[in-house]
Design a protein around this ligand. Structure first.
Ligand SMILES: [Zn+2]
Length: 132
């Protein structure tokens, strides 16, 4: 199935939205987010995802709360500079990024940084970002 059809199917399936807590490794950055962990997270082969190994889910800003650590985040941008690739200045972990999607502002949450998640159990879907 092409990526767009899979994406559409994802939005019509029953949702298991739950609130999760997460953060960086050292604890300076903490957040809360509402998302469906049964929905596949994106593994992408673009220049930055390929190197950083993030598993991403995209949520609107109202489903995401940064509880602490804004001042600990370093902003990294490249190429068209539309996405803020944030990382903790102490431990280097990338809990989330800020960007703009087709429907407006969005947060790309790195679900590997959720507290209650075993990375081995995360459902994933490959996205060929390198070819875009
Ligand atoms: Zn940290």
């Amino acid at each position: 199935m092409p990526y767009t059809e899979r994406t559409a199917a994802r939005y019509t399936r029953p949702m298991a939205m739950k609130t999760h807590e997460g953060g960086c490794h050292c604890g300076a950055v903490r957040y809360r987010v509402e998302l469906d962990l049964d929905a596949p997270s994106i593994t992408c082969n673009c220049s930055i995802c390929g190197k950083s190994g993030t598993y991403l889910q995209f949520v609107p800003p109202e489903k995401f709360t940064l509880e602490k650590g804004e001042e600990h985040l370093v902003d990294y941008q490249f190429n068209k500079k539309v996405i803020h690739h944030l990382f903790c200045k102490t431990c280097g972990i990338r809990p989330f990024a800020r960007g703009v999607g087709p429907t407006g502002p969005m947060i790309a949450v790195n679900v590997r940084t959720l507290d209650d998640v075993d990375p081995f159990t995360i459902a994933t879907q490959q996205y060929p970002g390198r070819d875009k």
